[in-house]
Design a protein around this ligand. Sequence first.
Ligand code: ZN
Length: 173
Amino acid sequence: MEFVNQLGQGCVRIYNGKMAKSAAQSLLNEIWGDRGLPVDPAWIASRLGIVVKLASLPEKVSGAIIKDAGCDPVILLAQNDSNNRQRFTCAHELGHYVSNQGSGTFEYVDLRNGSSNPEETWANEFAGNLLMPERLVREMAARNDPAIVMSWRFGVSMDAMSIRLKRLGIPVE
Ligand SMILES: [Zn+2]
């Protein structure tokens, strides 16, 4: 299913899962390289010139990305969240960064009960592909690695792992 979001300045963004996958793969190929698992989204962000900070955020907020004119983008992550949660949120914010490349200013504040509009769905799909690359998930699934082992290797919660496996059509034990 394709979502088309018409923006100002004659710019058209197409949100679909295939683009989220190829955008995440490009970042992995060009920046992360062969550094292995788990993928570190904060490290990738810093290589892109994005400042990543832990911050005291309102309880209902998991993270945010803010790009002001003339400034480096800043990703804020809730300091009390688990490491795995912060990693996923950071990857999600990177998704917003990628889909807004070329824009001088933008900002997103992500709530825990996140909305499901096309941009948010795309950012989640991007994050899933960045932290849990499809090829590696399928290799592990083919070896019958349990989901809990995969979640540990990828550095994600069991919830995130289960959602990813479902998205890829792999039965969850
Ligand atoms: Zn978001």
